[in-house]
Design a protein around this ligand. Structure first.
Ligand code: PHE
Length: 346
């Protein structure tokens, strides 16, 4: 080997040492597989200093090519091995992070929902009336003025018609029903007595909310009608049905029922139903729980029956009031408040 070649050769060897040193130092600082790939391309890729070095060897003498080429390739092999090792190490770390899943930890409890208290009470009520032979029917919440008021013998100047009590729909032809009584009308238009039905459902009143009033609540309407004659439903039968219902609903066989004369345009006579129990919240004092009466002959006429041919009673009560009395709830707003501390008690 000539001396000139020696000098040039040793500076080139230094270059190779430096390349190796830089690449190994880079390797120490790698923390992700992506960083590793970048560093690997930088050290060993086509435009890396090492590749350029190898390409430049063709301009060298054969001796230099052989010696420096062998050295460069050995360094390349070493670096490839180091990168491979670094890759394995980083992959192990990545898997270890995944394995932080602790299979012995207790599972997450799935919360199970349940039936809303109002629905539970409605189901109870339906079951009691069904056992007395009442059929359960439902009707529309958007009603005609005729079914909600006129057909029910409710005069145009009745206060319930006012803007205060009622949600009218645009055009004043339809409204959100203010009670379930319009289903008396709809059902009788389509059926001939005898029948007995209850009609559970939502009703609407345009009023301010407080502990005992909501603008939307539920009623249960009752209607029993047959042809006039012996055995036709009477006030006494109405009282018997009410008594049986309240005794079973409140699980209190000592509940008494009292009728107070009252006025609803679609019944005659009309009454307010009061109950008094023997224990708990129902003990000792009379509570108003429903409106009721004998169906007015004008109503029968409006639905197409012949005046005097039919006889029956009707009643209406609020679902929320029943639930509040039964479970000693003192604020009607709790039902729709969405407070789970309340709902989970049922
Ligand atoms: N619809 C009446 C109300 O909402 C209740 C009622 C129903 C009264 C049936 C008598 C007969 O107040």
């Amino acid at each position: 080997m000539s001396c000139g070649a020696c000098a040039a050769g040793s500076s080139m060897k230094n270059q190779l040492d430096r390349i190796k040193e830089v690449a190994l130092k880079d390797l120490e600082n790698l923390r992700t597989l992506a960083e590793l790939e970048t560093a690997r391309v930088q050290a060993l890729g086509r435009s890396s200093e090492l590749s350029q070095f190898l390409r430049s060897l063709k301009e060298r003498s054969e001796d230099e090519r052989r010696e420096l080429g062998a050295l460069a390739n050995r360094i390349r092999g070493e670096l490839e091995e180091q990168f491979e090792r670094a890759k394995e190490r980083l992959e192990d770390l990545a898997y270890a992070a995944l394995e932080k899943l602790d299979v012995s930890a207790p599972g997450m409890k799935v919360q199970r929902g349940h039936v809303h208290p109002l629905t539970q009470v409605q189901d109870d009520i339906n079951a009691i009336f069904a056992s007395m032979g009442f059929r359960i029917v439902e009707g529309p919440e958007v009603e005609t003025e005729w079914a909600n008021f006129d057909a029910l013998n409710t005069p145009p100047d009745h206060p319930a018609r006012g803007m205060q009590d009622t949600f009218w729909l645009q055009g004043m032809q339809h409204l959100m029903r203010t009670h379930t009584s319009p289903m008396q009308v709809r059902f009788m238009q389509q059926h001939q007595p005898p029948f007995r039905i209850i009609v559970p459902g939502r009703v609407y009143r345009n009023e301010a909310t407080d502990a005992t009033h909501e603008f939307q609540f539920h009623q249960i309407e009752g209607l029993m009608v047959t042809r006039t004659g012996p055995g036709a439903p009477s006030m006494a039968n109405l009282k018997g049905v009410m008594e049986h219902f309240y005794q079973r609903f409140f699980r209190d066989p000592n509940i008494e029922v009292r009728f107070n004369a009252s006025y609803f345009p679609f019944v005659e006579p009309g009454v307010e139903v009061y109950i008094k129990g023997s224990s708990g919240k129902l003990a000792g004092k009379w509570l108003e729980v429903a409106g009721a009466g004998m169906v007015h002959q004008n109503v029968f006429e409006h639905v197409g029956y012949v005046r005097g041919e039919m006889q029956g009673f009707a009643f209406g009560m609020a679902l929320e009031r029943m639930a509040m009395l039964k479970y000693k709830i003192d604020d009607i707003r709790l039902f729709n408040g969405g407070d789970l501390r309340f709902l989970r008690q049922f």
